[in-house]
Design a protein around this ligand. Structure first.
Ligand code: SF4
Length: 346
């Protein structure tokens, strides 16, 4: 059994760790929770402006709980993985109703809330309340997998169990808040996915991946399977004033609750084009990747004179040019709206 890593990681953190990120100012549970959710799948530099806007609009849990979901999704637009925003909103309401307005302090209780998994619950409990529990976010997984040479893809339960066992064994009972932040920081700034800076790492002398010159093998990659391919056409109806019609997606499923364009099969396009169309332009097609399939999107810009030239559809909203949306947009809708701006009104 090698020496515990905590003393070296803490020493490193004292000198090099980041301590001035916006959510580190006071390490209160609400901002730490918001930052932890935003940081899932997203880098710190991208998260910071989103976090600041979010906290300005929803400074307390109660503000988030009483907000309309559309507004929460609007502030999330661009961050992706919108289930995170929907769960934040749902959880804020549960905290207000069932927990007296304060986040629970124990990892086990935090894990009962929507969108808060074992690692996020561990991070909040350790950082804000000093509970000596382990975390295993993407950054920590990488450090642990490399340092202890844990092979296999972390998505497989055997590998995940081994990683958790090591993470737990290394978690100290003293200074657990600092240790937790230090491990996340080490993964984010030194033991990076590509070109880790082992020369600056406090664990270099005991790191098994480094010793065996096999850093690239850890953590193991997800076994590759060809993704199914799907295709769709998106109909962008634009009026003579430049208003663009969007439609809210159903609450569940892809882009749930966000606004996007009405869709149809590419083969149905001709039959669905409104007879009042002045022009129709096929914009450049593009691909959008989901974790479980690839979607080819053919946007079609249809110019009409007035809104009433097309029949109303349920849950429609019109976006005026040069006005920021007050609702969340799907990623492709955002991209298409930018592209449409390049096409002058007829
Ligand atoms: S020595 Fe290199 S590979 Fe090992 S934990 Fe440190 S940065 Fe990562």
């Amino acid at each position: 059994m090698s020496k515990p890593i905590a003393p070296r990681v803490l020493d490193w953190f004292d000198t090099f760790g980041r301590k001035d990120l916006p959510w580190q100012k006071q390490l209160l549970p609400y901002p730490v929770w918001i930052s932890e959710i935003m940081l899932q799948q997203t880098q710190v530099s991208t998260v910071i402006p989103y976090f600041e806007r979010f906290m300005l609009r929803f400074p307390e849990v109660a503000d988030l709980a009483s907000a309309h979901l559309d507004e929460v999704l609007a502030l999330w637009t661009g961050l992706g993985y919108y289930a995170r925003a929907r769960n934040l909103h749902k959880t804020a309401r549960m905290i207000t109703q069932d927990w007296g307005g304060a986040l629970p302090s124990r990892q086990a209780d935090l894990m009962t809330l929507p969108g808060i998994g074992r690692s996020t619950a561990g991070a909040i409990a350790a950082i804000c309340y000093g509970e000596a529990v382990a975390i295993l976010d993407g950054n920590v997984k990488r450090v642990i997998a490399r340092h202890f040479a844990i092979s296999g893809w972390p998505g497989q339960s055997k590998t995940a169990q081994a990683l958790w066992a090591h993470a737990e064994a290394q978690t100290p009972s003293a200074r657990v808040a600092d240790y937790t932040q230090a491990m996340m920081d080490l993964g984010a700034t030194v033991c990076t996915t590509k070109r880790p800076r082992c020369f600056a790492c406090p664990l270099e002398t005991s790191c098994l991946a480094k010793k065996g010159n096999r850093i690239d093998e850890y953590p193991g990659k997800k076994p590759k399977r060809a993704k199914p391919k799907k295709s769709t056409a998106m109909l962008i109806i634009r009026t003579g004033r430049g208003d663009i019609r969007l439609v809210q997606r159903p609450a569940e499923g892809i882009w749930g609750g966000l606004y996007s364009f009405p869709e149809c099969g590419v083969e149905d396009l001709e039959t669905l084009l409104p007879s009042t169309a002045i022009t129709q332009i096929h914009l450049p097609a593009f691909k959008h990747q989901f974790t479980h399939f690839e979607l080819s999107i053919q946007p079609v810009l249809i110019d009409i004179q007035r809104r009433r030239d097309v029949s109303r559809v349920p849950n429609e909203a019109w976006l005026k040019p040069d006005q920021p949306p007050t609702f969340g947009l799907s990623r492709p809708a955002e991209r298409i709206i930018k592209a449409v701006a390049q096409y002058p009104l007829p």
